[in-house]
Design a protein around this ligand. Sequence first.
Ligand code: C2O
Ligand code: CU
Ligand code: CU
Length: 423
Amino acid sequence: PEEGKAEFDLNVQYGKKEFIEGQETNTLGYNGDYLGPVIRVDKGDDVKINVNNGLDEPTTVHWHGLEVPGEMDGGPHQVVDPATSWQPHFTIDQPAATLWYHPHLLHKTGEQVYKGLAGLFYIEDEQSKELDIPKEHGVNDIPLVIQDKRFSDNGEMPYELNMRDVMNGFLGDTVLVNGAIAPELDVKNEVIRLRLLNGSNARSYDFNFSDRSAFHQIASDGGFLETSIEMNELSLAPAERAEILVDFSDYRVGDEIVLRDGNDEVMKINIVEESTDSSDIPESLVDIVEYDREEVVKTRRFVMSGMGPMVAINDKQMDMDRIDEHLNLNELEEWVISNDSAGMGMMGETPHPFHVHGVQFQVIERNGVEPPLNEQGWKDTVMVESGEEVRILAKFKQKGLFMYHCHILEHEDAGMMGQFLVE
Ligand code: C2O
Ligand code: CU
Ligand code: CU
C-alpha cells in the first residue's frame, strides 16, 4: 500500500471451529471462523476500513481505545445492517499501543463478542520502532487474546444467560488463548514480548508463571509505560491490555513454563531453541506528559450501582435518545468513578471495569491514594471494585457522541452505559 495509507477489509461472517477434537462449534469471525486479523497501522496513517456484514443480523465494529471522531467510533449508533457495508476512515493520532476491535450493538454486544467477534489493533510509532524490545510478530512478539467459554456436550458455545450470569456476567470454565484450548508456544531462550488482551465477557485474570518467575510490564491499555515494571502477578479486567516482557535467557532448551491464571493453566511455553540474541529488558521506555490537575475545567461523578438487570450509572440505564453528559473539546476533565454495590450485601458486590470511548485517560487516584505503577500510563478501562472510588483525568480530542460503560458485557447489555457528546 501507499506510504501513510492503510486499507483493510473486515468481513463479518459465520464460522465453524473445532475447539474440542471431533466437535464442531458454530462461531462468528472477521475474515475467518473465529476472532479477526491483527490490524497493524502506524501513527499518522490515514486508515480506511471496509466492514462488510455477512451475518443475517445487524452488528457494529467499535475500535476500543482509538481516538477517532464519534461517527467513526463504531458504537451502538453505527449499525451495519445485514448484507450492507460501513466504511469508517480516520487518521491515527495517538502513541503506539495494543488496542482492539469488537461489536457494540445495543443489547447484543455480549453475545456477538462471545461467539468470536474480536480482534487486535496495533499502532506503531517512532518510539515503538526504536525501543530495544522484541518486534517479530508471532516469533518473539506474541498476541494473546484470553477468553473463557462454556462448551455444551455437543461442543457448542450457547450464549444463554442464567440468573448468575445476569448478576456476575457470563463466566466460562474453559480458557481459550487466540481461540485455542491450552495451546503451547515455542520460543527461544531470550526476552519474549506478550501482548495480553482480556477479551472475556466478564472474567478478570491474575496472570503469573508456574515457577513464580518475575516479568516486566511495559505497556498498559493506551501505550508504553514510562518505565518497565517488575512484577510476579498481573491482574487484567475485561477489555484491559498489558504488554509484558519475560526474560527466558536463564532457561535451557527443553524447559517448559506455564502461564497461569491463579493456579489454572492458560498456556504452556516451551523453550525449543538456543538464542543468539542477548538483549535485556529496557528500564526506561517513553515519556508521558502528566496532566496538571490545576487545569481541570469540569469534574463529573459516575456512580455505578444496582445488580443484575438493574445495573445503572448515576441511577440511569442506557437510552439511545438521551445524551447524559455534554463536554467541550480539548478541555481537561476529572471523572470520579465509584462502585456503590457494596451496600447491597454479598450478592451485589460486583466489580465494574469502567471504560470510556474516544479517549486515553490518566488514573490519578485509587481510593484516595496514588494508583499502582502499572496504572500510571495511558488507560481506557479501569477496574472499580465494590466500594472503590477511582479518579481519572481525561482530555477529549475528538468530536461526536461517545459511550462510557461497564465492560462486563452482560452489564453493558443490561443498560450500564451512558452517552456523552463532545463539541
Ligand atoms: Cu470495548 Cu464500548 O467497548
Ligand atoms: Cu471502547
Ligand atoms: Cu459491571
